[in-house]
Design a protein. Structure first.
Length: 144
């Protein structure tokens, strides 16, 4: 199953670059003055940096993480984006799921993760739609 992680609310710039958030989404973040830190735009950033300086043993994969945390976004660059029907907030809470998997199994694990999220929503009786994320809203390192 998934291991729940309590993430920090701040990360350094290297963590933002390492996850593909910077430079593309830099204008949408809250940077802390005179520091190398930024408020997290998503728990995905600290979760994916958890093993940043390690080489994982393939026999231990996949590794499943989840976190519920606040996300902070200035959304300064949202003008002109397809935002009809959305209420933009600077702080909101959300749940993230992250998997560390072998490259050849990554798409299979992505489909399993989507199924896991759907299962939770179905058990809660919440309506939902599965959509493909617009490439303009994806980070530099995203593939699907």
């Amino acid at each position: 199953g998934y291991q729940e992680i309590i993430t920090p609310y701040m990360v350094n710039h290297d963590s933002m670059f390492g996850t593909g958030q910077y430079p593309k989404f830099k204008e949408d973040t809250f940077e802390l003055s005179d520091t190398n830190f930024v408020l997290i735009p998503t728990a995905e950033v600290p979760l994916t940096n958890y093993y940043r300086w390690e080489i994982l043993d393939g026999k231990e994969l996949p590794i499943y993480f989840t976190a519920m945390s606040p996300s902070f976004r200035s959304e300064a660059g949202s003008a002109g984006r397809d935002t009809r029907g959305l209420i933009r907030l600077h702080q909101f809470h959300k749940v993230e799921m992250v998997k560390f998997a072998k490259p050849e199994k990554s798409y299979q694990e992505l489909e399993k993760m989507t199924a896991n999220a759907e299962n939770i929503l179905q058990k809660l009786g919440l309506p939902y739609r599965v959509i493909a994320l617009c490439t303009g809203d994806m980070g530099f390192s995203a593939a699907k």
